[in-house]
Design a protein around this ligand. Structure first.
Ligand code: ADP
Ligand code: MG
Length: 254
């Protein structure tokens, strides 16, 4: 299958007034088209740095990043980013928020507007198109934020702990919604989380990073029988085996 993201021997040093921080060491990872990959690792190990490098927000100190090898140099516009806060602007309606990425890219064509309206409709937000974000539930806001990200038709979606501001019940429901939309749109996604269950329930593969400087400790392919939605996947018989392996791997002393 076509590779969308390819990281080869990525290293990253941050230079600050107080000295040098080695964040990443020798990170190699390929993500195929339509794949959902999660990255887990200890707090501060370099997870967000990996996403920043894929998004070209940070330059790697060494190694090579390739986004859609056949479209070199166009990687920048093809990245969709979703963060913990939904960053919806309170003074814009849901539809205006969803169109914002296109407006900023001077790309608000009729076709793109149609795509946004279809997405709003498909994912049950059309009734709220003229509503303001504060009239929406937390889950609906995250859905609106995802639609804004999808509006630019990105090749890859980067999700940096997008559910961590939500309470547990909402979080379960929203991760089901977000997973459904991403799979339904056949998008490639990379999710950073420190929640092992969330990683297993949502992903085709889970990448475990070591503590800083992050190296790839292990990559698990997740195979769950009768797999459906993330909620249903949590009930699969193999789930607890993966959980135990990942938990041990994360808490192992090096
Ligand atoms: P994680 O997302 O796994 O918690 P980060 O990627 O945010 O970790 O950070 C990894 C390390 O790099 C941390 O020690 C952090 O303090 C440092 N770091 C992250 N961003 C910067 C930056 N812009 N400048 C300097 N140091 C940074
Ligand atoms: Mg982070």
């Amino acid at each position: 299958m076509a590779e969308v993201v390819k990281l080869e021997n990525i290293s990253k040093f941050y230079h600050t007034k107080s000295g040098e921080t080695e964040a990443l060491k020798n990170i190699s990872l390929s993500v195929a088209s339509g794949e959902f990959v999660s990255i887990i690792g200890p707090s501060g190990c370099g997870k967000s740095t990996v996403l920043s490098i894929i998004a070209h927000l940070e330059e790697p100190s060494g190694g090579k990043v390739t986004i859609n090898s056949d479209k070199q140099g166009k990687g920048k516009g093809q990245i969709g980013y979703m963060l913990q806060q939904d960053h919806l602007f309170p003074w814009l309606t849901v539809r205006q928020n969803a169109l914002l990425g296109l407006v900023l890219r001077h790309n608000k064509t009729e076709e793109a507007e149609k795509r946004v309206d279809n997405l709003l409709k498909q994912y049950q937000l059309d009734g709220f198109a003229s509503a303001y974000p504060n009239q929406l539930s937390g889950g609906m806001r995250q859905r609106a934020a995802l639609i804004r990200t999808l509006a630019i038709d990105p090749a890859v979606l980067l999700l940096d702990e997008p559910f961590s501001a939500l309470d547990y019940q909402t979080r379960l429901a929203v991760s089901d919604d977000i997973h459904f939309i991403i799979k339904n749109q056949r998008k490639t996604a990379i999710l950073v989380t420190h929640d092992i269950s969330e990683a297993i329930s949502m992903s085709d593969r889970v990448v475990v990073l070591s503590k800083r400087p992050a190296t790839v400790k292990n990559i698990y392919e997740i195979k769950l029988s009768g797999e459906q939605t993330p909620l249903q996947r949590r009930k699969a018989p193999e789930f607890s085996t993966y959980f135990q392996k990942l938990w041990e791997e994360l808490n192992e002393n090096e």
